[in-house]
Each structure stands twice: as C-alpha cells, then as structure tokens.
Write a protein that binds this ligand. Structure first.
Ligand code: 13P
Ligand code: SF4
Length: 311
C-alpha cells in the first residue's frame, strides 16, 4: 500500500481509471472527507448515489448508507472500505421485529429511520432521515397510529415536535446517547453566550438544553449562518472538520460525554474506514454490497416514498 501523498495520488488515479465516485459522510476522518467527490448527510448522499452516472460508487460511510445506495442505483457497483462499519441503530432492529410490531398494531403506519438494514426497510411504509423526518411525520394521515423505529430518542423528539403519538422501537445511537447533560450544562455555564447545537439522536435531557436541533447538514448551515460566534457541538466529532471550513472565525467546542477520560465523541463504526482501506477497496472492488432483487425492490418502495415526500 502506498504511503502519504502517494496513497492519495493512487486513490485519485483509481478513481479516474475506474470511473468511480467517492461519497463521504461528515463523520468520516478528514483525510477521507477531503478526497471525496461529494460530502453530505444521509439524505444528500442517498440522492447523490441515485443520480450518479459513475460506474462504481465508493461509499465512505456506514453499511446501511452503502446499502441504500445499492437499493437506489442497482446497476452500479457499490463498495464500502470496511464491511464492519455498522451502526448501533441498524444492528438493533430487524425486519422480523417490525413484522411483530405490525401484527400488534395492524392499523399503524411504520415510519423507519434510514439508519436500518434492507430487511427492516422492506417492512416499513416510509423511510425518513433526520433532515426530512419532521415534514414527513407531519404529513402522515392523522387517523393512523405511527410506529417509529429504531431510534427512540429521535422518535421522542419527533413526537414532541409534531404532536403525533408514536409507538417507539427501543433503539438508540451509542454515540449520541453518550452525551452528558450535566457536563454540557457546565460547559454552557463556563461559556456565556455560546449556543448548544445537537443532533436529534441525542437524549431528551440534552435536547432540552439545545438552542438548535438538526441533521448534520442543518447543524452545519446553522453554524455558518447564525450570528453567534461560539458553539458547543453535540454530534460526532468528524463534523468539526467541515464546520471549521465553513465558519473558520467561529469557536467550536465538542460537547462532553459521560466518560470523563474522553473529550469528544467518535463513532467507531464510521472510523473503521481509513484511507488505506479506501485504496484497497477501490483497487480490488471489494467488499461489494450485493442484494437479492426481491428484497431490493421491497426496500426501495419506502425509500422512494420518502424521496417523493421530501423534494
Ligand atoms: P445525518 O443524516 O444527520 O447525517 O445523520 C446520520 C447519522 O448517522 C447520525 O448519527
Ligand atoms: Fe449509527 Fe450513531 Fe454511528 Fe450515526 S453516529 S452511524 S447513528 S452509531
């Protein structure tokens, strides 16, 4: 494996040679973010994957995101630098579990967060991301109960925002639930004038302190456009790279987590991808995301319903 600048050049050469596109999430390491062709949140990445005419989609994110790219654009080869790049939300929910919930609540609509696997998507009526969840939930028929899976924190937040009652799946993001309300309250007290911004996967106690709540792309726009000069950021630390780039004059303070030996919050699933693994996966076109066609078509339906409702 080449090293340093040669490694970056080798990736760029492979990209040209194979007519590949590198899609990256804001939580990837900075070296991957800067080499990517497109950097975005879950919804933006899904849209980009659907519309690309590259031959190979190299997905620098977690498994469910690469899987969504394959569902949306099946004729393209989709590769992910590390197949173990999972997600605690996706890993904790299953199609079988949703079928059981539907059997208990036959009149309910199942709205599922995009952070789930294809089998789970296939059992859902509609998919949402943190960028479009509120608008979509608000437009669901009022006479049907809503089952929301797998993120109970996002579900509680949406239920409060929209006034819709929800039957919640008991799942959470291990990264966002690690934020400590007590330590963050202390950070706010020590930084008068600072605003707390948080991703809605955080627990209610943290969200209750927040001045602004939003998806990764919404948090970025907020920091860029708001007059405030100091922000405490309650989401995965990878986002700070793009935030600093967009608002270089502002002070960004990572929100503190329960573990006092830790100064910021990392998603170890996202961080399984490295520049070396990116190079290898482009060179050997492995590991590849594959899926049986019947499952793909079932999972596509609720994703298409989402794209239709969040144009
Ligand atoms: P966004 O869609 O806001 O980028 O969130 C993705 C994610 O995994 C947050 O933990
Ligand atoms: Fe999943 Fe949380 Fe990591 Fe996002 S930050 S990929 S929700 S484990």
């Amino acid at each position: 494996i080449p090293k340093g600048e040669a490694l970056v050049q080798a990736i760029l050469d492979l990209k040209k040679e194979k007519n590949a596109i590198i899609l990256a999430h804001y939580y990837q390491t900075a070296d991957i973010q800067v080499i990517s062709d497109f950097l975005g949140d879950s919804l933006q990445l899904a849209r980009e994957a659907k519309n690309t005419d590259a031959d190979m989609i190299v997905f620098c994110g977690v498994h469910f995101m690469a899987e969504a790219a394959k569902i949306l654009n099946p004729t393209k080869k989709v590769v992910l630098p590390d197949l173990q790049a999972g997600c605690s939300l996706a890993d904790g929910c299953s199609g079988e579990g949703l079928r059981e919930m539907r059997a208990k609540h036959p009149n309910a609509l199942i709205a599922t967060y995009i952070n789930c696997n294809a089998e789970t998507k296939a059992e859902s009526d509609i998919i949402v991301t943190s960028s479009n969840a509120e608008v979509i939930i608000e437009s669901l028929p009022k006479d049907r109960p809503i089952i929301f899976a797998p993120d109970k924190n996002l579900g509680k937040y949406l239920s409060k925002k929209t006034g819709r009652e929800m039957i919640l799946w008991d799942g959470s993001c291990i990264v966002h639930e690690a934020f400590s309300m007590e330590r963050i309250a202390k950070q706010l007290a020590e930084n008068p004038g600072a605003k707390l911004i948080a991703h809605p996967e955080s627990e209610t106690a943290v969200l209750d302190l927040a001045h602004f709540i939003g998806s990764t792309s919404a948090l970025l726009s907020y920091v860029e456009n708001d007059d405030c000069q100091k922000f405490i950021v309650a989401t995965e630390e990878g986002i700070l790279h793009e935030m600093k780039k967009r608002a270089p004059q502002k002070e960004l303070i990572p929100a503190l987590v329960f573990d006092e030996s830790c100064n910021c919050s990392e998603c170890f699933y996202m961080k399984r991808n490295t520049l070396e693994k990116l190079y290898l996966c482009m060179k050997y076109e492995l590991p590849e995301i594959t899926m049986n066609e019947e499952l793909r078509l079932k999972a596509l339906k609720p994703i298409e319903a989402m794209l239709e409702m969040s144009k």
